[in-house]
Design a protein around this ligand. Structure first.
Ligand code: ADP
Ligand code: MG
Length: 228
């Protein structure tokens, strides 16, 4: 097997406070390049905390996180942002679209922050929307789109910087079951056509079943794989 794109060794994370909360308790994990995996566990088990660390949105206390050969530890804000922008696309439960910008403007936004010209970023954004089957919705505002369409716009936005990894936190949490299946089909197609690594946090067993591997977390610890 080629070297994993993600390796966690004995990662611990405590939220400080009057009563400090030890949320991740010695996480060991490898995720290979091109995997489509889900992270499942009860509410409060540490899924989002883990995903935020994987996405370099938050720090951990002890252990090691190696992302594509780079040790992610004690990075400056700038360096963290640089790696994040280069490597990772994010998809959220609540879509996080800007309501007064239309679909193509939303998809193009990450390129605005990279200083790409308007003409070029709109062209690239149209290509991603087309890929999501939404070319005819390009000039609609989020409020004029269905939940599934909004999430496909958000997926198009996550793809526009050509990341190696997509991190999705409960991406179907706000969708009905039929639409959830459609969104999971989008992730499956992406994974098989591009070999992009996709990591999906969910508490929906139906969503987990659509991935190729389920990582189970309970009370801040990874449970051993069940070989079914
Ligand atoms: P999950 O995504 O599995 O529901 P989280 O990772 O969001 O779990 O949260 C794990 C635990 O950490 C929960 O008890 C939650 O209340 C707590 N927690 C999450 N974020 C913070 C924070 N920023 N400060 C303090 N406690 C937090
Ligand atoms: Mg969560």
């Amino acid at each position: 097997m080629s070297s994993p794109i993600i390796t966690l060794k004995d990662v611990n994370k405590t939220y400080p406070g009057i009563v400090p909360l030890h949320v991740l308790k010695g996480i060991n994990l490898e995720i290979g390049r091109g995997e489509l995996v889900s992270i499942m566990g009860a509410s409060g088990s540490g899924k989002s905390t883990l995903l935020n660390i994987l996405g370099i949105l938050d720090n951990y206390d002890t252990g090691e996180y190696v992302l594509d050969g780079t040790l992610i530890k004690n990075l400056s804000e700038n360096r963290a942002a640089e790696l994040r922008n280069k490597m990772i696309g994010f998809v959220f439960q609540s879509f996080n679209l800007i309501n007064y910008k239309n679909a193509v403007e939303n998809v193009a936004l990450p390129l605005f922050y990279q200083g790409v010209s308007r003409k070029k970023r709109n062209k690239l954004a149209m290509e991603q929307l087309d890929r999501m089957g939404l070319a005819d919705r390009a000039h609609h505002l989020p409020g004029e789109l269905s939940g599934g369409q909004k999430q496909r716009v958000a997926i198009a936005r996550s793809l526009i910087t050509n990341p190696s990894i997509i991190l999705a936190d409960e991406p179907t949490g706000a969708l009905d079951s039929k639409t959830s299946k459609e969104v999971m089909d989008v992730f499956r197609d992406l994974n098989s056509s591009t070999g992009m690594t996709i990591i999906i946090v969910t508490h929906d067993p139906g969503v987990g079943a659509k991935t190729n591997r389920i990582i189970r977390i309970s009370d801040g610890m990874i449970l051993p794989d069940e070989n079914v």
